[in-house]
Design a protein around this ligand. Structure first.
Ligand SMILES: C[S@@+](CC[C@H](N)C(=O)[O-])C[C@H]1O[C@@H](n2cnc3c(N)ncnc32)[C@H](O)[C@@H]1O
Length: 283
């Protein structure tokens, strides 16, 4: 944080992406300004709360699947979000259920998220301040290096974060991340999509975020898949609605009708690890 200038997320007159998400999830960490903006989203997409919960569960389900199936004992959860009052298992809960010894580190650029996580997420070994748009702030943080071995494979979770990164930066972020990770690392990613949704609903949601701490950038499924073109998508299901990813039948999760968030897991190519394994039936 720059001395003498307040962080945008501490301007409580402005909606924050993290606190709006808390509102969708039925959490308790939001103010009137966040509620008003989140309600504007819900007017455009009445199923935004359902889809937010499906996204939240996808992040944990996919991270746990990746850690267990690929035998990876370290997870970096970028864009940690606020769990206060949310009655759902977190990324670290899911991971520790299948890999009790795994080290999970959280990261976010919102000081309110950091404050909540420091008190209330004991499953995180650490929570770091860092901005995904400048990966030096994350990978250059000495606290990261004392918790995670960056030379070894890790699971990186970027759930519902990249749609807060502008068009001229987003591909650079993913490419830069690729260069920092050991081959065989797994990226778990989800993103709001404009594909197969009503354009007016998307515009309404984009408008609701215009004054927030970050704008939201809906992208087509092709644009989202292209971000990870250099990775080996776990296939099936590759990119699909988060409510369906890794579940035995589509009925087990819900897909959005008004707003869609799609997710995938992808492996940083490494011939030593052979064929990519599929998550069918992952829980
Ligand atoms: C919609 S929430 C998603 C939370 C969680 N990843 C999930 O999917 O359940 C987005 C989170 O990303 C964080 N975020 C937004 N832009 C970010 C950035 N540039 N760098 C790091 N975190 C960011 C927000 O503060 C918020 O906590």
């Amino acid at each position: 944080m720059t001395a003498g200038r307040s962080h945008p997320a501490l301007a409580f007159t402005r909606p924050s992406t993290a606190r709006m998400y808390s509102y969708y999830l039925g959490g308790s960490a939001w103010f009137e300004v966040d509620r008003a903006a989140a309600e504007a989203v819900l007017r455009s997409a009445p199923d935004a709360g359902v889809v937010a919960r499906e996204n939240f569960l996808f992040a944990g389900r996919a991270a746990a699947w990746a850690a267990k199936t690929h035998g990876i004992g370290q997870v970096l959860d970028v864009g940690a979000g606020i769990l206060s009052g949310v009655p759902l298992p977190s990324v670290e809960d899911h991971v520790h259920q299948v890999c009790p010894g795994a080290v999970v580190v959280g990261c976010d650029n919102d000081p309110v998220v950091l404050a909540h996580a420091r008190g209330l997420r004991p499953g995180y070994k650490r929570i770091l301040e860092g901005d995904v748009r400048d990966l030096d702030t994350i990978f250059g943080n000495p606290d990261l290096k004392t918790s995670l071995n960056v030379a070894e494979r890790m699971v990186v979770v970027l759930a519902a974060v990249l749609h807060f990164v502008a068009d001229d930066q987003v591909k650079g972020v993913v490419d830069n991340l690729r260069q920092r990770l050991a081959p065989g690392s797994v990226l778990v990613m989800s993103h709001a999509t404009s594909s197969a949704t009503d354009r007016r609903r998307v515009s309404g949601m984009e408008l609701a975020y215009v004054d927030a701490t970050s704008r939201i950038y809906f992208r087509t499924e092709e644009e989202i898949a292209d971000l990870l073109i250099d990775w080996d998508a776990v296939d099936p299901p590759a990119l699909c609605d988060v409510g369906r990813w890794g579940l035995p039948t589509p009925r087990d999760g819900q897909s959005g009708r008004h707003v869609r968030v799609v997710g995938m897991a992808a492996v940083l190519p490494d011939s030593r690890h052979g064929r990519v394994r599929t998550p069918g039936g992952a829980r």
